[in-house]
Design a protein around this ligand. Sequence first.
Ligand code: GTP
Length: 299
Amino acid sequence: MNEGYKSGFVALIGRPNVGKSTLMNHIIGQKVAIMSDKPQTTRNQIRGVYTDERGQIIFLDTPGIHKPKSKLGEYLVKTAQNALDEVDLVLFLVDASEGLGPGDRYITEHLKGIKTPVFLVINKIDQVHPDDLLPLIDQYRQLHDFAEFVPISALQGNNTSTLVRLIFERLPEGPAYYPADQVTDHPERFIVGELIREKVLFLTREEVPHSVAVIVEEMKQRENGAVYVRATIYTERDSQKGILIGKRGSMLKEVGRLAREEIERLFGSKVFLDLWVKVKKDWRNEEFLLRQFGYREED
Ligand SMILES: Nc1nc2c(ncn2[C@@H]2O[C@H](COP(=O)(O)OP(=O)(O)OP(=O)(O)O)[C@@H](O)[C@H]2O)c(=O)[nH]1
């Protein structure tokens, strides 16, 4: 470990539409904020990984902090709350143009029990008059003992580098959890893998579990400018492999089509996607794969 190198996990919370994805895209500079409409994507909470010479910040999504409508919802909120206690820092993103509403109040109630420092990140400051900012901060101050107040515009990039600096100040010394080349020189591999995984989850619904993993084995640009991507989807069971391939390969074809379209948008060039499905029993127990997938030991 380098002397002074910082690393840690930062949870990103906030009501829908406050600009979480925009902020991620701005900090990391890639389309990394991958959505899944499935609330239980707990294993895959990573929104993005930012690495520079100061260290590594792993941004996590905390789905489920919203008013629960069911028992399952309650459980998810509880899980989300526990998750907040396990990270190094929480960023609570709010929308300056909307002011303090019931949604934000609800979220701050869930911050009460946690010991993790929380930054109040006030986004969309490009939409409000500077004079309105201090009164707004004062309102939020009544609700929680925030560690910092950071006004930003994720869209225009105002003050986002200050935010990153403040985050590093709070992170402990630690190693790079993810290979630096995965997120700096070749961030695309990680993102492309996540895009494919997203399509698998989307199309197979409940039939293929979230434990499915995707490894991008090869990615290169051909002379005509098109990008060739070869990726393997690992499942845990033969039955899941069958579902993923589908009748005469129809499911895999559809996964490939949707993923390819998205990757083409990401790269702005034509993409050839070569998809394979393999069964890797208990891949979660195999250290070699874990390292490839970039998980920490305790996961
Ligand atoms: N004016 C302005 N608009 C912003 C800013 N940040 C985000 N937006 C806009 O707000 C809308 C929502 O942004 P997203 O980044 O998708 O919000 P989100 O929090 O990721 O939304 P969910 O993923 O649905 O929770 C988009 O139209 C953005 O362009 C900002 O700093 N200023």
